[in-house]
Design a protein around this ligand. Structure first.
Ligand code: NDP
Ligand code: 2IT
Length: 451
């Protein structure tokens, strides 16, 4: 990187840190983006002189609200609700809702920021947003979840709409929560529109949306391997998490002949050296989606070890798929992965690897499918759900899976276009950052100061 570019990144990041004090995750996401985008802009004069870096790192607006709900004991509880509408430059605001006790403004701002460029990469007309609440769904009854979702929507509904902002799921928000949220929106607005994605199939949902993020992450890894004339068959894979993304990444790995050997949750990980089979995964789906149990129960059920409080990255593997939460692989863990022979990482989770881990992957020149690229399949099929809702029709599972594969291949191609180095190594993170940036930048330049 030229010295003056390094200097401008330093100055820019000082301003970002000053304006977004104590928002560590947001600063981290912007820093990673600036590292790739600034050098590219310095070589592309058409993108200079519009102050795009400042415009792209300040959300359009943030809505923060109180959510009061009644628990099963008749007590009133209060949580903080949020919606960060980061950019609608290339389409309506679009992105998930996260219900987790650690949700705060920094986490939602980083997620909304990344969503803008991820959505741009899909090639579909979607802006970027994220929202949620510091609400802990663990241990809550269905009635409590329903009342929380209804109360959350009582405020959110006035800020969203099928052409304004279309939320979906994320951590702690799955089919059950989307159903309660959609039901309340429908009731308040007296409209039946595609205002949320991830809906049930009987009320406007799309086939393949449940599977899309996990399947897409595996498709992206296969695209990266194919580019190196390799295949995923027979590869030993680590998966973290045991929620929506982890389960369907594991399912696709099994279907395509790989051998997933770990799953985790916030209590620790299980290691099944014989490989997680479709039958065992069916048991995990029931455990997590119906009984809402802990992954440690897998160890008792199938006679394998559970490692309480640990993450799976010390298990030798060929490929790793972080699918739980942000910053779940640090620099030391990345070193361990590589020492043990890992040749690729694809992130189902947003910001699964921290900045040190990314530096380790880049130095070792292993395949690194960054989240903006590798987990874009979920929001892409959300985009297709919106299209189906607008047309008032639905496509078949086969068609949608085909579309998902094509979209992931398109993202891979854009990453190769912008991330290839002279020796043939592809820096997928750089490629994703630049390709995602370019489309949004073109729109902002065209709009002038109205965006
Ligand atoms: P789920 O709520 O279905 O599952 C989350 C999983 O991650 C659970 O196993 C959970 O364990 C674990 N987890 C959550 N927080 C922590 C934590 N702080 N420490 C350790 N483990 C944790 O969420 P999803 O599967 O939908 O989301 C997983 C990741 O994928 C997130 O990063 C999300 O942003 C990303 N993603 C999701 C998409 C989607 O379509 N759903 C699309 C693109 C990205 P526990 O139950 O113990 O909390
Ligand atoms: O991080 C993500 O891309 C999601 N949680 C999915 C968002 C969506 O609108 O489907």
């Amino acid at each position: 990187m030229r010295n003056n570019t390094a200097g401008s990144i330093t100055n820019f990041m000082e301003g970002v840190r000053h304006r977004n004090r104590a928002q560590k995750e947001f600063q981290q996401a912007v820093g990673e983006w600036a590292h790739d985008v600034f050098p590219w802009v310095s070589q592309n004069p058409a993108y200079q002189g519009h102050n795009l870096s400042a415009r792209m790192t300040e959300p359009d607006r943030i809505i923060i609200f109180r959510v009061t709900w009644e628990d099963d004991n008749g007590r009133f509880q209060v949580n903080k609700g949020y919606r960060v509408q980061h950019s609608n430059a290339i389409g309506p605001y679009k992105g998930g809702l996260r219900f987790h006790p650690n949700v705060n403004l920094s986490i939602l701002k980083f997620l909304a920021f990344e969503q803008v460029f991820k959505n741009s990469l899909t090639g579909l007309p979607m802006g970027g947003a994220k929202g949620g609440a510091n609400f802990d769904p663990k241990g809550k009854s269905d009635g409590e979840i329903m009342r929380f979702c209804q109360s959350f929507m009582n405020e959110l509904y006035r800020h969203i709409g099928p052409f304004t902002d279309v939320p979906a799921g994320d951590i702690g928000v799955g089919a059950r929560e989307i159903s309660y949220l959609f039901g309340q929106y429908k009731r308040l607005s007296n409209t039946f529109t595609g205002v949320l994605t991830g809906k049930g199939l009987s009320f406007g949902g799309s086939e393949i949306r449940v599977e899309a993020t996990g399947y897409g992450t595996v498709y992206f890894m296969e695209d990266m391997l194919r580019h190196q004339k390799k295949s995923i068959e027979g590869k030993t894979c680590l998966v973290s998490g045991s929620g929506n993304v982890a389960i369907y990444a594991t399912e696709k790995l099994i279907q395509h002949g790989a051998k997933p050997v770990t799953l985790s949750d916030s209590g620790g990980f299980i290691h099944d050296p014989d490989g997680i089979t479709q039958e065992k995964l069916a048991w995990v789906k029931d455990l997590k989606e119906k009984r809402r149990g802990r992954i440690s129960e897998y160890a008792d059920e199938f006679g394998v070890r559970h490692y309480p409080g640990e993450r799976p990255w010390s298990v030798p593997c060929d490929l790793a798929f972080p699918c739980a939460t942000q910053n779940e692989i640090n620099g030391d863990e990345a070193e361990t992965l590589i020492r043990n022979g890992c040749e690729g990482v694809a992130e189902g989770a947003n910001m699964g690897s921290d900045a040190d881990a990314i530096a380790v992957y880049r130095k070792a020149r292993i395949l690194y499918g960054c989240p903006k690229a590798a987990n874009a399949g979920g929001v892409a099929v959300s985009g297709l759900e919106m299209a189906q809702n607008s047309m008032r029709m639905s496509w078949s599972r086969k068609e949608l899976n085909q579309h998902l594969g094509d979209i992931m291949r398109g993202i891979h191609e854009r990453c190769v276009e912008y991330g290839s180095e002279p020796d043939g190594y592809v820096d997928y993170l750089r490629g994703a950052n630049i390709a995602g940036f370019r489309k949004v930048a073109d729109a902002l330049i065209a709009y002038g100061t109205s965006a």
